[in-house]
Structures are given as structure tokens and as C-alpha cells.
Write a protein that binds this ligand. Structure first.
Ligand code: C5P
Length: 397
């Protein structure tokens, strides 16, 4: 995937620096070459010896290293790579980048380069959530800097939340995508997301509690692996990701039309919480109280099942993935649903109120395929998305 590509890897000072060693190994395994740069703080966590031995390259550490100026100046060093990767990117390194500082080798290279930069942030959750870090992140993104992670979970410092560096395999996938060669390059994936709104009258509707968070994270993860994504979304609480083709719909029937129009595709991932029924006797005018105390009687009609229609239709993508939100007997219901709907996989989860999953940031899913049920540990919706996207890439290979 990275054959012939040269990566300048800047290793910042954080406990996640040890994962940079694994990252070097994986980049090489994918065919890439690594030129390592170790910041002063980075060298407190991993030694130049281990980094250099793994990378089979000189480790660059200081700006005023005269030998390196004679052999290769910092300007050349910053430009001879195909991509600059900062992993781990500490809060301090991100602040330096956002401020355009150049007071050590790493920051100077980042300022002098004419290549794209990918950062993998890693820091304590409070440092990540601090408005200063989030402001710097926004500045970096608007400067065109690519980001991967951080993940949410237990941190080395004992706290819990977002701040853990993305897994090395995920960083390698992001490197591939940044270089235009992600595992899903050239593939088209349709993703549905969010709830649907089924009108009762022009001002009222029936909806559900889906936020669209999981579908949005999935679309972003598929995009990051290089896919062209058509994102068909109902009225969701979270904004759609950048870099995907967004089709906004309200009702299930509109979603069915939009999905049909988006085909053909290599894969369809139906994460939307589509209303099973619509109001058959929706009123063209706002319903009014008539003073009699009688409530209007709503009649329901069944909506088209988009997942089943796509799975059994003539334009069926190679891989069709459905979701199943259940409150009881999750695996049994979802296993039956996979067969009934004719899809390849079902991503099932328990959305009982006690789980806090519906509308929350975490998910605990079971992936059901022909091979059986595979239970994933509870993790952030972003992580579920990246894991699922990687599996989709594997299946479409
Ligand atoms: O039958 P149920 O609603 O539990 O099925 C959930 C799966 O089916 C999800 O993938 C959802 O996006 C899809 N679905 C659909 N059209 C419907 C109902 C559900 O595509 N009308």
C-alpha cells in the first residue's frame, strides 16, 4: 500500500511514543520507508537507538546538527519525504504548529515543508478538551493538516476520555489515504444515517432518538480509507463529515429514492434509523383542536424497507451491511434479521435506555455475518466506525 513512499515521522514527547515503534514497523511492512525525527521530549520516552535500529535510518534530533546540515539541510529534509507524520502529536507540538513557531528541528521541518502533514494527537483528556488545544486543532485543519484520532478510552494517566493516540494500523491506513492509495481508493460506498421524520401535518412529525453519530463516524472512516462516500442522511443532530457527497432527506420514502439513485456502489452501509411506519393520513394543513376534546386518530402505513430492497435488488452492492438496534435478545433478533433482509452483515447493538448508547458517544456492538456472531468490546463510536471500515476494506479487497 505504501510501496516506494517516504515518510518523515516526527515522534513527539508522550507516553504514546512507544507506539511509534510499532508504527515504523507497520509502515515498512506496507512497503514504505521511514526517516525518523525525535523531539527532545520524544527522546525521553523512546531512545534514538531503538528508533534508528527499527527505521534503519539516521535519527534526526537537533536543528544545529552540523553533520546533518552538511549532508542534508532541514529544508531538504522537510521536502524529500512524500508525507510528514507527527505521532504522537502532543498539545505543545500542535500549539507550535498552529502558531508557526520554528524553535527546534521538528517545528522547523513542519514550517518549511511543502508536503502534506498528518498528525496523530495523543494527550491527557483535559489537555485535549482544553479550548486552546481545540482552537489549535481548528487552525491546523483549516491549514490543510490531516488528523487521525485520538481515540477514546482508558488513558495511561488513569483518566478516561478522548486523548489516546490512534492505533498504529489506523495511522497507516490514514497515511495510505493521505497519499491517495487507501485500501478503499476507487471504491464507492453508500452510507445511510440519522433518523427519518414522518410528517403528521406540515408542522408535526414522528421521529426517533437516533443522533446520526454512528453513521457520520462511519462515513468519515470510510472516506479516510480512500472511498468515495455518498452519505444519505435524515435530519441528524450531528453535522455530516467533510469530504463526502451529502444527500439530505427527511422521510423514509425520500431516503429510499436517494439510495436507489446513488447506486451502483461497491458497498452499502445502512446505519439510518428508518421509521418503520409513516402516517398514512397525514394532513395537508395543521391539525387543530376542534373543542370537542377528541384527539385526531392517526393511521399508519408501512414504509419501504430500504435495506431489504437494496439487498434483494438488481443493483445489489457486493457488500451490504445493516444495523439492528434491539432492546432484547440482541443476537437472536439480529441473526434472524440478517437472513430476512438478505444483507451480508448486521451490526447489532442493545439500545435499552440503561446502556446510554442511543444518542451517546459509545457503542457496544455484535457483528453478525454468515460465520456467526462476533462481540466487540464497548468503545467510542469513532472507534467502532474505524474498525468496521477496516473490515469493509478487507471484504472488498
Ligand atoms: O427492521 P429494522 O428497522 O430493525 O432494521 C434495521 C436495519 O434496516 C438498519 O440497517 C436500517 O437502516 C434498515 N432499515 C431500512 N429501511 C427501513 C427500516 C430499516 O433500510 N424501512
Amino acid at each position: 500500500m505504501l510501496a516506494g513512499k517516504r515518510i518523515l515521522l516526527i515522534i513527539g514527547g508522550g507516553i504514546a511514543a512507544y507506539k511509534a515503534l510499532e508504527l515504523i514497523r507497520l509502515i515498512q511492512k506496507a512497503g514504505g520507508a521511514v526517516t525518523p525525527v525525535l523531539t527532545r521530549a520524544g527522546a525521553e520516552f523512546v531512545t534514538p537507538l531503538s528508533v534508528g535500529a527499527l527505521a534503519q535510518s539516521k535519527v534526526h534530533e537537533t536543528l544545529f546538527d552540523l553533520t546533518s546540515e552538511a549532508e542534508m539541510g532541514h529544508i531538504e529534509l522537510s521536502r524529500s519525504a512524500d508525507l510528514l507524520v507527527v505521532a504522537p502529536a502532543t498539545a505543545d507540538l500542535m500549539a507550535k504548529m498552529a502558531g508557526g513557531r520554528a524553535d527546534d528541528l521538528a517545528s522547523t521541518l513542519l514550517l518549511a515543508t511543502d508536503k502534506r502533514v498528518l498528525v496523530a494527537p495523543a494527550m491527557n483528556v483535559r489537555m485535549w478538551q482544553h479550548p486552546a488545544t481545540q482552537r489549535n486543532l481548528g487552525l491546523l485543519r483549516s491549514d490543510g493538516v490531516l488528523t487521525v484520532g485520538p481515540d477514546e478510552g482508558e488513558m495511561a494517566c488513569g483518566e478516561y476520555g478522548p486523548g489516546r493516540m490512534a492505533e498504529p494500523a489506523v495511522i497507516v491506513a490514514a497515511i495510505g489515504a493521505a497519499l491517495g492509495g487507501g485500501p478503499l481508493a476507487g471504491k464507492h460506498v453508500v452510507v445511510t444515517s440519522g433518523p427519518t421524520h414522518e410528517p403528521i401535518d406540515p408542522v408535526r412529525y414522528i421521529a426517533n432518538r437516533s443522533s446520526g453519530a454512528q453513521g457520520t463516524a462511519l462515513a468519515a472512516a470510510l472516506r479516510d480509507l480512500g472511498a468515495r462516500v455518498t452519505f444519505v442522511t435524515g435530519p441528524a443532530a450531528v453535522p455530516p463529515p467533510g469530504g463526502v457527497d451529502v444527500v439530505r432527506v427527511e422521510t423514509a420514502r425520500e431516503m429510499a429514492v436517494a439510495v436507489e439513485a446513488a447506486l451502483p456502489a461497491d458497498a452499502a452501509v445502512m446505519a439510518a434509523a428508518v421509521a418503520d411506519w409513516r402516517v398514512a393520513n397525514a394532513s395537508g394543513q395543521k391539525l387543530k383542536k376542534d373543542g370537542s376534546g377528541r384527539a385526531p386518530a392517526l393511521e399508519f402505513a408501512e414504509n419501504p424497507d430500504i435495506l431489504a430492497t437494496v439487498s434483494k435488488g438488481p443493483k445489489r452492492p457486493r457488500l451490504v451491511v445493516g444495523f439492528a438496534a434491539e432492546t432484547t435478545d440482541v443476537v437472536a433478533h439480529a441473526t434472524a434479521k440478517r437472513v430476512r433482509k438478505g444483507c451480508d452483515w448486521i451490526v447489532a447493538n442493545d439500545v435499552s435506555p440503561a446502556t446510554g448508547i442511543m444518542g451517546g458517544t459509545e457503542n457496544a456492538v455484535v457483528l453478525i455475518s454468515e460465520a456467526g456472531a462476533e462481540e466487540w468490546p464497548r468503545m467510542g463510536k469513532d472507534e467502532v466506525a474505524r474498525k468496521l471500515a477496516a473490515r469493509i476494506a478487507e471484504a472488498l479487497r
